[in-house]
Design a protein around this ligand. Structure first.
Ligand SMILES: O=P(O)(O)O[C@@H]1[C@H](O)[C@H](OP(=O)(O)O)[C@@H](O)[C@H](O)[C@H]1O
Ligand SMILES: [Zn+2]
Ligand SMILES: [Zn+2]
Length: 225
């Protein structure tokens, strides 16, 4: 886990380097993959990205906002649960108030507005729309909404369920019978019921990860001719 977060930091430094003349999309997508594969925790990733967003160099700050935008578009609820909070919205609002760079301020307003639109049917992410409404009432001028900016990929790995028994064979977990999670369905299993591994291309997971018996069959069944 530690190695991956060092790798994450290296990729983030590269993607937000002030030497970049244009967005380094391959590196940005690698960053998203690390988050989607749970190689790096969303909270830690967002904290590192925020450090770059407050960088006084506008290029670094803007590239950091592109990384943030891509993470929200590609990492699903792992990231949505972290940014659609009062605390995170307050941080963004503070940055709009304090950033000396007009293009950084406008990019943040564009993102908050796009997320509010994308989350418009998700009551649990209501705080984003509330933030837009409050900021508009306080006189902030938001850019015109581009619907295309508010489209997210739906295919991200499911959040992990918890449980005291194996989802497949119902054995009780204990000090010796350890819990394991299938990355494809997110359910909790004993070692015997989740001993297989598989790539999960539909979730952008290219490395082999632990999956349960049922998901292994599902993912690896010969596709109908
Ligand atoms: O071995 P433990 O110390 O109990 O920790 C478990 C492992 O980290 C499992 O990882 P894995 O699914 O990759 O095995 C994870 O799925 C469980 O939720 C954890 O409880
Ligand atoms: Zn089992
Ligand atoms: Zn499964």
């Amino acid at each position: 886990m530690f190695r991956s977060s060092t790798n994450f930091d290296k990729l983030l430094d590269k993607a937000t380097s002030h030497l970049q003349l244009e967005p380094d999309w391959p590196t940005i997508m690698q960053i998203c993959d690390l988050i989607r594969q749970s190689d790096v925790q969303p909270k830690g990733a967002l904290a590192a990205i925020k450090k770059k967003m407050i960088n006084l160099n506008p290029h670094v700050a803007l590239y950091a906002l592109l990384v943030l935008e891509s993470c929200v578009k590609n990492c699903g609820t792992l990231i949505h649960d972290e940014i659609a909070t009062k605390q995170y919205m307050e941080q963004l609002k503070e940055l709009v108030k304090t950033s000396p760079h007009e293009n950084v301020r406008m990019k943040i307003l564009e993102l908050i507005q796009a997320w509010a639109h994308a989350f418009r049917h998700s009551p649990k992410y209501r705080t984003v729309q509330d933030t837009v409404n409050i900021m508009k009432a306080e006189g902030y001028q938001f850019p015109a909404l581009k619907e295309s900016d508010a489209m997210f990929r739906a295919d991200t790995a499911p959040a992990w369920a918890d449980g005291e028994v194996c989802h497949r064979c119902r054995v009780n977990f204990s000090m010796v019978q350890r819990k394991h999670h299938c990355r494809a369905c997110g359910q909790v299993f004993c070692a015997q019921c989740s001993s297989k591994v598989s790539t999960l291309p539909k979730f952008g997971i290219e490395k082999e990860v632990r999956v349960c018996e049922a998901c292994y069959e599902q993912v690896n069944k010969p596709s109908a001719i």
